[in-house]
Design a protein around this ligand. Structure first.
Ligand code: ZN
Length: 392
């Protein structure tokens, strides 16, 4: 059933369509005597020039042709990434920090408002560190959440960690819950979300289309086993049409190698959400260069993440077009930081700008920086032309 309130149109049109009856065949067309546009839509249906009609009246586009929207919310060096599908469903990966006067919860709510949603259908908690799970108690006071997804019990025993976990448990009591297991999917409508790591375990078999031998494994450094919650991060591969996005939370080096060595079980990525805020405990060349992303987006803070060693790995990845950052990172200087248009927040002031990806099923997408109104468009693989930029 595709008839769901669409986004990106006027409130009056949205209200009107929300009242319209659902056609029995589940098509995305709308019928209502109250709808002054119905005659025009009928005309459009009869007319074979669907492109013209879609341009004049985009509401008749089926859900599959609407874009996927992704908001990389600034939570000052934590993670909070909101996906809103063409079907109107939503997935939030992590909730930022708590104990900051609803700062991060308010930013999530603001992004949800921009996406015209009033509820978050799925919240994935990658692991139980304060910059990921800390914001849950405040978020649930601000917005309803359908289902929480996590890797199961907290595996750290420090008092701080146990406190965070018990506050999380109290906040989600009464909500639906999914225990994340590698190989399983989160049942959101409008995109495919496969869990590739959880609680220290990873997928046994390559994802469809993946599994090629990874030439980056032979020379990769081995690091000590990480006993922390980071290594238990829920990692996701998200597919929307031809577009692939990889987000592994704070998954650390040795677990990355289990995913991509000796064979790359993940395949390639169009968009790589830089792991662990850009720390060098993660982001091995065996992972990043095998994913070979078109763009990398780093959810760092001005003084959090963004390790120059990890930066160098990502910037040397084959085929990388651009590196986007949520913050100018003090440690990197001009030598490592990307150029100004690609950075959401350039000062240490708490400006809270997000980055927004708008993606299409053909694999094309654009990234928008609301601070400077800079947008860059990335064509689909195989499409003619090169990435273009524009100001708006
Ligand atoms: Zn983190």
């Amino acid at each position: 059933m595709r008839m769901l309130p669409a986004r990106g149109r006027s409130q009056s049109i949205e209200r009107e369509q929300a009242k319209a009856p659902v056609p029995p065949n589940g098509s995305s067309s709308f019928h209502s005597k109250r709808d002054a546009h119905s005659g025009f839509r009928d005309f459009c249906r009869r007319l074979s020039t669907a492109i013209l009609c879609a341009a004049v009246f985009p509401a008749i586009l089926p859900a599959a042709q609407k874009p996927l929207e992704i908001f990389f919310i600034d939570v000052e060096g934590g993670q909070s990434t909101l996906f809103v599908t063409p079907a109107g469903q939503s997935l939030l990966i992590d909730t930022g920090w708590g104990y900051n006067g609803f700062r991060d919860a308010n930013r999530i709510v603001a992004a949800a408002k921009l996406a015209h949603i009033k509820k978050i259908d799925y919240v994935v908690i990658t692991h139980y560190h304060a910059d990921h799970v800390g914001g849950v108690p405040q978020l649930v006071q601000k917005m309803p959440v359908g289902t929480f997804v996590d890797h199961g019990p907290d595996r750290e025993t420090s008092k701080q960690s146990q406190t965070l976990y018990s506050e999380y448990q109290a906040a989600i009591a009464g909500s639906n819950h999914i225990l994340a297991k590698p190989g399983e999917q989160i049942p959101i409508k409008g995109m495919d979300v496969v869990i590739v790591s959880a609680d220290g375990n990873v997928i046994e078999h390559a994802l469809p289309g993946a599994g090629d031998p990874n030439g980056n494994c032979a020379s990769v450094q081995q690091k000590a086993t990480d006993p922390s919650e980071n290594a238990r991060s829920v990692g996701l591969v998200i597919t929307f049409g031809k577009l692939r996005i990889v987000d592994l939370g704070d998954l650390t080096w040795q677990k990355e190698l289990k995913l991509v060595c000796p064979d790359n079980k993940l395949g390639r990525a169009d968009i790589f959400v830089v792991s662990h805020h850009g720390l060098a405990l993660s982001n091995s060349p065996a992972l990043v260069h095998a994913l070979a992303p078109k763009v990398a987006i780093m959810n760092n803070g001005s003084k959090k993440g963004a390790d120059p060693a990890a930066w160098d790995v990502i910037k040397s990845s084959p085929g990388l077009l651009d590196f986007w950052q949520l913050h100018f990172a003090d440690a990197g200087g001009s030598e490592h930081n990307t150029s100004d248009p690609f950075i959401a927040n350039v000062t240490e002031a708490d400006t809270g700008y997000y980055l927004k990806v708008t993606a299409n099923e053909d694999g094309s997408f654009e990234i928008y920086n609301p601070r400077n109104k800079f947008t860059k468009q990335y064509p689909a693989i195989g499409a003619l032309g090169t990435p273009t930029t524009k100001a708006r």
